[in-house]
Design a protein around this ligand. Sequence first.
Ligand SMILES: [Fe+2]
Length: 277
Amino acid sequence: MQIEKSSVIIGLKKPVRILHVTDSHVALTDERDDERKRALANRFGSPDREKYLYEQAEYAGRNCDLLVHTGDLTDFVSHANTEFAREILKNEKIFFIAGNHDYSQYVGEAWEDKAYRMNSYMQMGGGFGVPMFFNSRIVGGVNIVGIDDSYYLFEDWQLWRLKRDVSKGYPVILAVHDPIFEESLYRYHRQRLPDEPTYLVGCDEEHLLPYSEFRAVQQRPDQPTLRMIEYIKSEPAIKAVLAGHLHFSYVSEIRPGLPQFVTGGGYNGVARELTVI
Ligand SMILES: [Fe+2]
């Protein structure tokens, strides 16, 4: 297990400690799944993915107020993955918001949109048994608000719910799967992986230009998404954003004074301990 440490100063009387974990990509299969799905189990990463998650949960239990998991807890939909997720999310110290893989049937085999997501959600018997599209919890005087943006889009109902959470009067830490576009992160990603899109939410047309047509269509923001990003950037109660999806760590600011902490892959044992002071 590898823990990176970060802090954000917002003037709390007593610090709140969050263990940010993301992209565990647990990949369990058994005889209830077909051959194709079983072959996915060895797709990538360390075989210790569940072990890391148990270790991270144990560490958070001892040292932190909350473990915030920003999605891709599982790599694809399978019976055993759903059972595993439902079991570990019974831990009251774990707060979860979904990522794209949590709804993925065969990883990249289909166009994934709201209908696809709902099909998987219903197949799982109501997802992982916890809120997956929007979630919020007040801990130690901070409101942790999770919003599912895993298809690079926000929806107007999510903005409505976020505003309702902001109106509770607590400082807000946002938890999302896909990071929000920010110039230095975009450039860093392009240098690191020049042949890939950057998988950020809210890229404008200029920044979508190097993408393939498929990726540009997939990652182009719509009006509700732009409205949400505008609100996140302008609402002073929002103090930090936690995100994953990229499988590498990067810290920058979406606007001056609003940090975005992207944390590396939980499947590699990486986590971030964020102290909110
Ligand atoms: Fe992801």
